[in-house]
Design a protein around this ligand. Sequence first.
Ligand code: GDP
Ligand code: IMO
Ligand code: MG
Length: 430
Amino acid sequence: MSVVALVGTQWGDEGKGKITDVLASQADVVVRYQGGNNAGHTVVVGEKTYKLHLVPSGILSADTMCIIGNGVVVDPQVLCSEIQSLNAWGISTSNLYVSERAHVIMPYHRVLDELEESRRVSKIGTTARGIGPAYVDKYMRMGIRMLDLKSPARLERALEQALAFKNPLLQKVYGHPGFDPAELLEEYLEYGRVLAPLITDTSLLLHEAREKGLNILLEGAQGTLLDIDHGTYPFVTSSNPTAGGAAPGAGLGPNQIDGVIGVVKAYTTRVGEGPFPTELRDATGDLIRERGREYGTTTGRPRRCGWFDAVMVRYAVRVNGLTGLAITLLDVLDALDEVKVCVAYEYRGERLEHFPADLEVLEECRPIYETLSGWKEEISAVRSFEELPEQAQAYLQFIAEQVGCPVQMVSVGPRRDQTIFLQPVMDTVQ
Ligand code: GDP
Ligand code: IMO
Ligand code: MG
């Protein structure tokens, strides 16, 4: 049995969906533990491309139980439509469960997300899915939980309490008409009726899975640098994608997690605003964007692209306690004569080895690069480390040394089979 957490090590979109899908064939249970439908995971299986936002990427593996944990904020409208799409594609969701403790994203959260963003002097560039406002209500202790959707009396009370705050705010500060509690009650009770069979005590399901000796994969969304505590605050999301968030977000003890895999893109991308020291605003950046099809899965925005930043990933190794790396999109770099790795920053004449907390410092950091030879060879058909061109092997080894963590997997294309295992990740003996 093993319980493995999988986290993004950069600013999201590292290919967590693909790696989760690959590992799901070895996992009995896959759990999302934070975030919501701000996530966008593209998973390619055979000829078909699936875009998932809320349902764990393990859903494409038959027989794998999938759990949306208590740490996730759930938009029931999105969940219902994602389930419908999956079923229309012939994917069963009979093994999907949602924590009764998970908080619900309401329409006023989505509206407030946009209105708050429009009022910000310095924009965050949120996905406008209501994620931040839903977590605000959770911590304000006026949130609505999935279990409330099953009880008309409780949902009515919860809505009354929430709208007593939200409507005056919407009307007086933003000039928005506000929401009618009766309409929301009807709509959300209907979601409750549809989703009732899925809503349960998912921590208990995990406990039972552990007792049976099953393999569990805890799937993080977003990435370390978008973490509310460890990311480039305030240009972050409103949850803890880092591995520490996996235990409370799933309902396990931290001592029950055996390993933490960091998914690392072979270069760096970012959607939304905020500093990005290795950003390439030139033809190389454009080439990476086109070869990697770097356009947001959720919002369609072009992703900002740049060289691999070892300072950032070294920090991700530290704050997640990473035990192994899964390096993705290595094939995107096939066309380059040379590849650069940022090994430290230069700040006002000083060399920084560690990622700074102060964004004003980060804004001024200039990357110190080491340049390695490119391999100028297509690697998407390679299936072992030894078969990779020497320069690609050297690049992977350099990254591992720089960040201080071994490479366990390498991805050379979006498909399942385009994956190289250097070391096993999940326990294969049960
Ligand atoms: P996530 O949010 O971390 O799951 O990542 P996204 O799905 O948003 O973005 C990763 C993109 O890269 C998706 O379009 C994947 O299909 C694609 N992808 C994943 N791994 C590889 C790879 O090794 N090579 C290439 N070329 N594409 C990949
Ligand atoms: P996956 O799981 C990349 C970014 C947004 C914005 C900031 C805050 O696909 O890796 P939010 O809507 O969460 O309040 O927005 O976080 N962001 C992501 N960027 N990948 C994601 O998810 C993201 N989820 C949020 O662009 O900058
Ligand atoms: Mg994504």
